[in-house]
Design a protein around this ligand. Sequence first.
Ligand SMILES: [Zn+2]
Length: 436
Amino acid sequence: MVLLAAFATLLLIRYTSAAPADFPGDETPYRVIPKGTVSPDIGIGTWLYGYLDCDKNFGNGAKGNIDEAYYDAWLISKEVNLLTKGVASDIDWNNAAALDFLGAPGLNIAQRPQILAVFANTATIIYNYKNPFQHYIKIRCDDPLKKCQNRPDQHPPPNPGDRSKSPPLAYALNSDPDSSGTPMINFCEGFFARRSLADAIKYGMSLADPHDQKLANYDNRAQTFLHELFHLDLAADSPSPNPRVDDLQINIKVNNDVRTYMAYGSWTCKVLARWQGGGTGVGSVGYYVQRNADNLAYYALAKYVMSKNGDTYPHLPYIWEEELAEPPNTKPDPGSLSTFVRKGNNFYLNTTDDLSSWESSLVGDHPSCPDNLNESEVRSPLFIDGFAPDSAYPDDYNSQVSAWKDALPLPDGGSDSGSGGETGQQIANVLFINPL
Ligand SMILES: [Zn+2]
């Protein structure tokens, strides 16, 4: 009996939290009430509250956009978990979206339970099916850490000629600076510039082939919200049993230069997931994709898009390693296809392009500006020194990739109409207008 009481007390300490002193804040709090539900169950779901300066800084619809993104993040996480009354199905680890964002099957086995648990726990925290424990997330738009400011106006680069910096779309803290112990998400201007989930699906599906196949064309506010939630210990059930979900950096050799990028955006996340890694703990690619928020967010987004477009995976851009082809005989388009080459120990992105134009907007140039400000457990940048071989992937995936490559029009062969710009702009969109 004593043991039972002690256990119950432990549970209470872990799972209950009194309302923060500033709840409900100066604006109406919000929590998810599934459509069709007459009234919310008592104590179900996590409250958003506060919304400090949101409408003031970003217009009257700002709070509504945040609440909608939260609801839609729940829709995405339900889809990825195939939730039935709170029970998450296992992921099909051999489907193309999982292979592209969560790594080759043999290289993520040890981390699968944690990846699955992060998805399931996040869905549960947004709208709690299982436990009547109340949680709160403080929402702000007043930028308490001064991370939203546009650069380089306020923070010019230290060396003249350095590329300018982009502010994040949002950032997350496990403990709000003014409400200690309460998790916080602050939204910046870029978040509000994104489409809603529904509009992004409509927009992406309306584009001409192959642009409707570019996952980045479906970027939206709900995915940003989900990305931020993954950083919170509350949502990801971190640091134990699930290691914290961070924003990693990767080093990629581009021709002869080593460049450092944040692992944001579909292209960079795919490069990370295709990395060969090694071993079963640190060094296996599963260890890193579980710790990189955008890998999880893009996998989830891909699954959601597929639930709306007839189960077609938006597979672009894809990453390709091929036998030495020097010089490249077609102009590469990282928005659709990038070719990496291995020459002895030298592993690099093979391109004849001058990348400076699209790199000028790279979040990847800002290694000091991640949006996750919680403690990190991983040292990065990670040096991408080789891809997992084709033999690490299922045969039908390898033939699918060959078919994608064959089907792709030559990048020089047409305009990028309908996708918001020319090739260079498209590359930037795919990679980097995504400082989450
Ligand atoms: Zn992040």
